[in-house]
Write a protein that binds this ligand. Structure first.
Ligand SMILES: *[C@@H]1O[C@H](CO)[C@@H](O)[C@H](O)[C@H]1NC(C)=O
Ligand SMILES: *[C@@H]1O[C@H](CO)[C@@H](O)[C@H](O)[C@H]1NC(C)=O
Length: 375
């Protein structure tokens, strides 16, 4: 009798939990089974916290994360809260970005993490070229190698068929190239031409390698107006954008756009959506108030002129209304900009940020059998 009572109590406790889980799953149905992220600080969710060395950029202290849901948390995101990888993940039906690769490794949780919702390899300071910020980040080529070893580990545990299907149905998010432009020392037309050649060919190799691993759906955030970040503006006495730097970024963005389009014709089954960051940012810079911004040139968290003469840290000056600032620190956007950016990528409006299809259309195409999946 006593035993029976215990079983009954157990059932009563377990049932509501199961119902709760089912409800939550229904409310946020995933468009894809997993998401894999490669890129720079705009997407990093904590990989750099696991890198050793003095010069490694880390967002592991206040005021980073001051608006992160659930209380102030410096998670490694270069933002006051969520970054654009988080908002893209939300549109895909996840609660936030997949966890950082090095965090999963350190918790011995890589395979379950990868199988359940994917992995983020993004690393602050990273470039398309290994030489960009060398030794202080995980460059794109190494992120691709980490993806290859993740795939191998998943296959060893779960079998090739299951992993191939997962990767083919997954959403691969890429966003990189700004650091290569900001830190470039190329001056002569010849050096600049060589830089573009290396950037485009290294990016092409990375995408081709991912395709070789079975990636079929790429959402790419293209290089944007890096000449307008406070760190660059502060060099100019008037606080103007560096037009030369923006021109370089614009040329690179155009070259990446045509390289990706040509890859999509040569690699069967590859689908992509390319987000044009210039198209997203230009209307905001031109008319900030229409998008709810009061400041488009000053870091919310920082020091000195334009908040751009020092990194964001615990004793920095902090702006009042963080949602009214485009820039969180001297380089990175606020959570509000990331939210609007993801919105533009998914629900493309008059600015025509994405081509040839939106991130949402890509996600809907990505997993043709997801609605039928039972396991
Ligand atoms: C990648 O860029 C580097 C320069 O940083 C260059 O030496 C290398 O050849 C490039 N790789 C490819 C495949 O273009
Ligand atoms: C500052 O910006 C203005 C406006 O873009 C430009 O004309 C000027 O050359 C810039 N000065 C420097 C030192 O870059």
């Amino acid at each position: 009798m006593k035993k029976f009572g215990l079983v009954l109590v157990g059932l009563v406790v377990v049932l509501p939990v199961l119902v709760g889980v089912a409800d939550a799953g229904e409310a946020t149905r995933r468009l894809v089974p997993a998401m894999f992220v490669l890129g720079d600080s705009t997407l990093d969710v904590g990989n750099n916290n696991h890198l050793k060395g003095q010069g490694v950029p880390r967002a592991d202290k206040p005021f980073f994360g001051i608006d992160f849901p659930g209380g102030a948390m410096s998670t490694g995101r270069f933002s006051n809260g969520y970054n654009i990888a988080d908002f893209i993940a939300k549109y895909l039906g996840f609660d936030r970005s997949p966890v950082a690769y090095l965090a999963l490794k350190s918790r011995n949780y890589l395979i379950p993490g990868a199988m359940d919702r994917g992995v983020s390899f993004a690393s602050a300071g990273a470039g398309i070229l290994d030489s960009t910020n060398a030794g202080k980040n995980i460059p794109l080529s190494q992120q691709v190698r980490y993806m290859a070893s993740t795939k191998a580990a998943m296959e060893a545990a779960k079998g090739t068929r299951k992993v191939s299907k997962l990767l083919a149905d997954s959403f691969f998010l890429l966003g990189i190239g700004s650091n290569d432009i900001i830190l470039s020392t190329a001056k002569t037309p010849g050096d600049i031409a060589a830089l573009f050649t290396f950037l485009v060919s290294n990016y092409t190799v990375a995408i081709t390698d991912l395709y070789g691993m079975g990636a079929r759906n790429l959402g790419i955030i293209n290089v944007g107006p890096v000449g307008c970040v406070p760190l660059v503006r502060v060099v100019n006495a008037t606080g103007a954008c560096n037009d030369g730097m923006n021109r370089l970024a614009m040329v690179l963005a155009a070259k990446i756009k045509s390289a990706v389009a040509s890859l999509a014709t040569s690699l069967p089954g590859l689908s992509y959506s390319l987000g044009d960051s210039f198209a997203f940012f230009q209307p905001i810079f031109a008319n900030p108030q229409a998008s709810g911004f009061l400041s488009v040139d000053t870091a919310c968290c920082g020091s000195g002129r334009l908040g751009a003469e020092g990194v964001c840290m615990r004793n920095s000056r902090l702006c009042g209304n963080r949602d009214a600032y485009m820039f969180w620190d001297w380089v990175h956007s606020t959570q509000r900009v990331a939210e609007l950016g993801a919105q533009a990528l998914f629900q493309d409006g008059p600015a025509q940020v994405t081509a040839p299809i939106s991130f949402k259309q890509l996600a809907l195409l990505a997993c043709k059998t997801c609605s039928m999946m039972t396991d």
